[in-house]
Design a protein around this ligand. Structure first.
Ligand code: SAM
Length: 311
């Protein structure tokens, strides 16, 4: 027997699936799509909402756009750890995002900003950012969202380092969301001031490393979902990988094709602009090595070392 509460969840889930289906029907897809979609559905069904898992992922303090940028770590994780002044200090790509977020909040005119770390694990960098913008988070000006395919529940183990302790103490400042891009697109974020903002059309920053682009069985769909989530000020940063897609689950060439099709579609259909070079700041003109970036034409240029605002 289905209890009343469960029943309404099923109805909502069914409505969401019908919406997802309608969205997919309008897209151009790469070969073996039905088989890949079936496998994606099986995978999604595997993830129970309360599944517990622990990960240390989502730390982008070693990431950079341009190899020589001096606001970024230059040498190694060791070097980075040595010069970290405190567990919450922003470094590497965190610093670039902090400047972008500060500038976006500055020009937001009251619209809340959603910054999404897509497939971010525990979201170490997003937690550092949320701590740096703690007042803005509390007042609903920004939400730092960390998604995973399954709901994450961190902090079961006793923290063994200063950084782990910091992460555990401050993880309540980020919003954890579960689902792949298709599911997220139909969802919403609850801000600290009790407003609820849908992902679709409201995300100002998407970051992804080793997640959707790398693992998705249906990248042509996921990439369009990401574009559909972006606001007019939105930008999407995706880490390049030596291998275009993960080996797991097969369909390597189909997924590569799907990824290329998705990236082409978001330029044509959503008007996103590819950003191959740094656009502003003292590194302007240098090729961006490690990331593929797209942004909305009206959004801020991608800057290294620009935007004076520091959180
Ligand atoms: C190895 S972790 C990466 C964590 C973090 N981004 C990092 O680089 O440290 C992979 C993440 O990708 C997510 N993921 C896998 N397939 C995905 C998909 N199709 N869409 C969105 N997220 C996905 C997983 O749930 C997980 O959070």
């Amino acid at each position: 027997m289905i209890a009343r509460g469960q029943n309404s969840i099923f109805v909502l889930k069914f409505a969401a699936m019908a919406k997802e289906q309608a969205f997919i029907e309008g897209l151009e897809v790469a070969p073996k799509f039905d088989k890949r979609m079936q496998k994606r559905n099986e995978l999604v069904a595997l993830f129970e909402p309360d599944t517990f898992y622990q990960t240390t992922g989502g730390d982008y303090s070693n990431e950079r756009l341009v190899p020589v940028a001096n606001e970024f770590n230059r040498f190694s994780r060791w070097w980075n750890t040595q010069r970290r002044e405190s567990p919450g200090a922003l470094m590497g790509l965190e610093l670039l995002y902090a400047k972008r977020v500060a500038a976006l909040i500055g020009k937001s005119q009251g619209e809340p900003l959603i910054a999404l770390d897509l497939g971010g694990g525990v979201g170490r960098s997003w937690i550092r950012l949320a701590k740096a913008f703690e007042t803005d988070v509390a007042q609903g000006r920004v939400a730092f969202v960390v998604s995973n395919l399954q709901q994450i529940c961190s902090g079961a183990d006793a923290p063994s380092s200063e950084i782990e302790e910091f992460i555990r103490e401050n993880s309540h400042l980020v919003n954890y969301a579960s689902g792949d891009c298709l599911e997220l697109m139909g969802g919403a974020v609850d801000l600290a001031d009790d407003r609820s903002v849908p992902f679709a059309g409201h995300v100002g920053l998407v970051h992804e490393r080793l997640s959707a682009t790398y693992r998705s069985l249906i990248p042509e769909v996921d990439i369009e979902c990401i574009a559909g989530m972006l606001s007019d000020q939105g930008a999407y940063f995706s880490r390049n990988h030596t291998q275009a897609v993960a080996q797991a689950f097969g369909f390597i060439s189909e997924r590569e094709k799907g990824l290329a099709m998705g990236r082409k579609a978001i330029v044509g259909k959503y008007g996103l602009v590819p950003v191959p070079k740094v656009e502003d700041g003292y590194m302007a003109g240098l090729p961006i090595a490690d990331y593929t970036i797209f942004r909305k034409p009206a959004s801020l240029p991608v800057a290294v070392g620009a935007f004076a605002a520091t959180p």
